[in-house]
Ligand binder design. Structure first.
Ligand SMILES: Nc1ncnc2c1ncn2[C@@H]1O[C@H](COP(=O)(O)OP(=O)(O)O)[C@@H](O)[C@H]1O
Ligand SMILES: [Mg+2]
Length: 400
């Protein structure tokens, strides 16, 4: 009995319902803010299904920064187009290969493609050219269609592998005849790999580009909110914490990478759980973020004027006592007064000016005119550090 209870306590999470929903490998059904891109892809390839026998290979580039949803959108589109085809009684497979993960070079990449699209003939030992030839012939014979997505194509091109040439000219394997590869989707982070391409590759690559702009803070929040409902118990993640993570990850250096936002949620959840809490607090997020993105240095703090340090400490106090991600000027002023009183120092100077200076230095972040916070370090650590520094400085003597 005891060991059963122990087991339950040990493994029943106080915070999580299903941690796996935060994994970058999990692809949700719904992809908020990527409907536009999916619609474009469906319109590009959907009409091909009306008459696949006379369709010609269409190359599309999917371009966007890290964590902008390129991979999950391509996979989601693949599932949808397969469904669409099966309704029309067309045998269509979406083949997805990640060049960075699965394709160390041209040979390995084509082998992966063959294994996924035509497993029956994949065991033969063939040259890269023969593999493509056999693939095209196999699909024709079997009356099967394929849309091919090669993810992280820029990686292979930068390594000097001229795969673009082959992939964009697959229809030249049987000239004049349409082939059963209806589309090639090439995913890259940006266009910088163009400089590694031959002019002939550039010309066949074409200009059909679907762009994936970085997510804004409110878009990140929508995406996270869907995951929070699946991954966490009710009440474990407040609206405020979600806002905080979204703001933090929308701006540099993260620049809207949802993967980082999901990681922050997961690790902050783990941390809160290990600390025996049933709710993530802003400070848990700060602690996790500070470990991966050390933003403020000791120097930044030491460079501050003594009043600046006291105002910062006032802000930290306010954040801690309110358990909030952001606080207002009034709360900062109160925190500052308390901090000064504790040290027997007269609170003087315009708090606003010091707060502005702290913002200019990148130590304090301003969410709105009434909301100020720190994102780079946990309030707890910053407070300990500031206390130490201030004690040694005997503030107040040399300042008005
Ligand atoms: N619009 C979205 N809706 C839901 N989850 C998303 C969305 N965009 C990205 N994600 C999630 O963020 C993570 C990174 O997305 P991914 O498609 O791998 O980005 P990229 O390929 O552009 O680097 C994945 O876990 C993915 O499920
Ligand atoms: Mg990707």
């Amino acid at each position: 009995m005891f060991s059963y209870l122990y087991f339950l306590c040990r493994f029943m999470s106080s915070i999580f319902k299903d941690r796996s929903k935060l994994s970058p490998r999990y692809i949700p059904e719904r992809l908020p803010h990527r409907d536009g891109q999916i619609k474009v892809l469906l319109s590009l390839y959907g009409h091909v299904l009306e008459d696949p026998e006379s369709a010609f290979l269409q190359v599309t580039q999917i371009v966007g920064g890290v964590g902008t949803g390129k991979t999950c959108t391509a996979v989601n589109f693949g599932k949808r187009i397969e469904g669409e085809a099966s309704r029309l009684d067309i045998s269509l497979k979406h083949i997805y290969v990640n060049a960075k993960v699965e394709g160390a070079g041209r040979y390995v990449l084509y082998r992966r493609m063959l294994e996924k699209a035509a497993p029956k003939i994949a065991s033969r030992s063939l040259s890269p050219e023969e593999m493509l030839f056999q693939l095209v012939r196999y699909l024709k014979d079997e009356k099967e269609y394929v849309i091919l997505t090669i993810d992280e194509i820029d990686y292979l091109c930068k390594r000097g592998e001229h795969v673009i040439y082959d992939l964009t000219r697959l229809n030249e394997i049987s000239p004049g005849e349409p082939i059963n590869i209806l589309g090639v989707l090439l995913i890259s982070r940006d266009f910088s790999y163009y400089k590694f391409l031959e002019p002939s590759e550039l010309s066949t690559l074409g200009r059909c580009v679907v762009e994936f702009p970085p997510y804004t803070s409110s878009q990140i929040k929508d995406i996270l909110w869907d995951r929070v409902k699946m991954a966490f118990k009710p009440g474990a993640v407040s609206d405020e914490v979600l806002d905080f993570i979204s703001d933090l990850t929308a701006k540099p250096p993260v620049n809207g990478d949802v993967r980082v936002a999901l990681d922050l949620l997961l690790y902050s959840g783990n941390l809160a759980e290990n600390m025996g809490r049933s709710e993530i607090l802003p400070d848990h997020v700060r602690m996790v973020y500070a470990e991966t993105h050390p933003g403020i240095t000791t120097e930044d703090i030491l460079d501050l004027s003594d009043r600046g340090k006291l105002v910062l400490l006032g802000l930290v106090r306010a954040l801690k006592s309110q358990k909030k991600a952001y606080v207002g000027l009034r709360e900062i002023r109160e925190g500052y007064q308390i901090v000064c009183e504790e040290r027997g120092i007269k609170p003087s100077g315009e708090v606003e000016e010091y707060v502005q200076d702290l913002i200019d230095r990148g130590i304090v972040s301003m969410k709105s005119l009434r909301e100020f916070g720190i994102s780079e370090v946990p309030a707890e650590d910053l407070e300990r550090f500031l206390n130490g520094v201030i004690e040694r400085l005997k503030v107040g003597r040399d300042e008005p």
